[in-house]
Design a protein around this ligand. Structure first.
Ligand SMILES: O=C(O)CCC(=O)C(=O)O
Ligand SMILES: [Fe+2]
Length: 358
């Protein structure tokens, strides 16, 4: 990590630490506390740094983000216990449709960078499936779209539901705050996005990348843990363990390690936010590959397998029924063609995107 003083070029920004600085990809670590509890001038400074990161790399790490470390640890533990359940139990809670997007997805069911040709989809899933299983949790009060809770299985299932419901709300609140920072940074009223995101139409995805023989990657150079993709919604809050393997695409086209930093959350912009900002904000492609060859990551310890990796992605979206079109200030008012995309509702956009990967 290196110190980078942005103050000389942008007087309103604070000094920031960089998590990643390689091949023209710069990802800062930003202290979010001063935005949550600081003075108006603190808030403006943080908002400027956050928005600058979204406009350049599309990625940032937030520290002091208001979700306690103990809460995040509890969610990781609950997630690991869930994935350790017998396969039949997990299968009984299976994901059913893009409209619902709730439930368990087993290894091989989703491949994030599928070819668009449908005949190739199944072959690609069979040959190099994403080596992961996930549990998708949505807003808990939508008629006809129930979450697939394991609460009828046992007490641990009941506990899982409580832990995840509470975490869902904390992440929802952080989404609102980050959108306020973006509003300020884009010269919009601070609360501009509040009623675009208040429904909490978000998706909490628990991810488990099982332990895998190192040979799997040697034998098949195309093998990854999660294929290259961009996220779909407004922003993603990504909590990762210390295993490593997350990589972000640089402007040079290389993939650069986004090394885990304890007690931070990686935040990246999704495609719908990029579209909403008329491409001023970047939605950057990323993937998960075999862990980097460092002793700290526990991957070069002489064993034949890489350890399991767990992560938690909270995909934030505007409310499903909101119509998303270029934000004020991102296009020339008199020139309709300077809007790059037609408007679309969040719901239509997401169902389109999910249908393409499953
Ligand atoms: O597991 C990770 O670190 C990243 C997962 C991810 O990018 C996704 O599910 O969209
Ligand atoms: Fe992603």
């Amino acid at each position: 990590m290196s110190e980078m003083d942005n103050a000389s070029s942008q007087p309103q920004r604070r000094p920031v630490i960089t998590a990643v600085d390689k091949d023209d990809l710069v990802i800062p670590v930003i202290e979010f506390g001063p935005f949550l509890t600081g003075t108006p001038s603190d808030r403006n400074a943080v908002a400027a740094s956050v928005t600058n990161a979204f406009k350049t790399s599309g990625f940032l790490y937030l520290r002091d983000h208001g979700i306690p470390f103990s809460t995040v640890s509890q969610v990781f533990e609950s997630s690991a216990r869930f994935f350790a359940r017998p396969q039949v139990q997990k299968d009984s809670l299976g994901w059913t449709s893009p409209q619902s997007n709730r439930g368990y997805i087993k290894t091989g069911q989703e491949k994030l960078n599928l070819p668009t040709d449908t005949t190739d989809k199944d072959t690609a899933k069979r040959v190099t499936p994403d080596l992961k299983e996930t549990m998708e949790i949505g807003r808990d009060d939508v008629d006809g779209l129930p979450n697939r809770w394991p609460d009828n299985l046992d007490d641990e299932g009941k506990e899982f539901k409580k832990v995840m419901q509470s975490f869902f709300e904390k992440c929802k609140a952080l989404h609102t705050e980050v959108m306020r920072a973006i509003a300020i940074g884009m010269n919009l009223p601070e609360h501009y996005f509040d009623n675009y995101v208040d429904a909490g139409d978000n998706n909490l995805r628990l991810l488990h990348y099982p332990s895998v023989p190192k040979d799997t990657f040697k034998q098949n150079p195309g093998q990854v843990r999660a294929g290259e993709h961009s996220d779909y919604g407004s922003i993603t809050l990504l909590f990762q363990d210390q295993r490593g393997g997350l990589q972000v695409r640089s402007p040079k086209g290389t993939f650069v390690d986004a090394t885990p930093i304890a007690d931070t959350v990686v935040v990246n912009a999704g495609d719908l936010l990029a579209r909403w900002s008329n491409d001023i904000i970047k939605s950057t492609r990323h993937r998960v590959v075999e862990p980097p060859k460092t002793v700290e990551a526990g991957s070069d310890d002489g064993s034949d397998s890489y350890p399991a990796r767990y992560s938690i992605a909270y995909f934030c979206n505007p409310n499903m029924n909101k119509f998303i079109e270029a934000l004020p200030g991102t296009f020339e008012e008199e020139l309709n063609e300077s809007k790059k995309y037609p408007g679309i509702t969040t719901g239509d956009y997401l169902v389109q995107r999910l249908t393409a990967t499953i």
